[in-house]
Write a protein that binds this ligand. Structure first.
Ligand SMILES: [Zn+2]
Length: 156
């Protein structure tokens, strides 16, 4: 049985449920949202209340808010996922989903980026060098018609 003595740190589920209560959710709604048994939601809420040393659910929500507990908990993205790992716990479903999206995004970036990005960077610095080296070639390449006109004028 998990310890729920006052002062013990809240587990992710307890914070999640407390936050859902703070957002106006009922046990029934929260249970449906998180796909948990009604009794589990109630247990998590009660142990959160105990750990916070609160005298009621409303008091617990108030204390959690005051202590910054809701702000510290971040879920649904890579940062949330990393925070779970840091706390040495299994990431919640939201964070798994966020992490999968993050990894997929990085894989896609890696697939597209390296060759073109490197070539692009080198290409840009060459252009800068070319422009600094002499203005005539870049003018000609930017506006071939004008370049032509200049050439004709020079010839005439
Ligand atoms: Zn999470």
């Amino acid at each position: 049985m998990r310890s729920s003595r006052p002062g013990a740190p809240l587990v992710t589920r307890e914070v999640q449920i407390l936050k859902a209560i703070a957002d106006g959710g009922t046990y029934t709604e929260i249970a449906a949202d998180l796909q948990l048994a009604h009794a589990s939601v109630k247990n998590y809420a009660h142990s959160a209340i105990k750990k916070l040393g609160a005298r009621s659910q409303a008091h617990a929500v108030h204390l959690a808010w005051e202590s910054g507990l809701f702000r510290r908990e971040r879920h649904g993205d890579h940062a949330g996922f990393a925070a779970h790992r840091y706390r040495d716990e299994e990431p919640c479903d939201d964070c798994w989903a966020g992490e999968r999206a993050y990894r997929a995004g990085r894989r896609q970036k890696r697939r597209q980026e390296p060759p073109s990005a490197r070539r692009g960077a080198r290409g840009r610095s060459q252009v800068v060098r070319a422009v600094r080296g002499g203005d005539r070639p870049s003018e000609a390449s930017q506006s071939p018609q004008e370049g032509q006109a200049v050439t004709e004028e020079t010839a005439a």
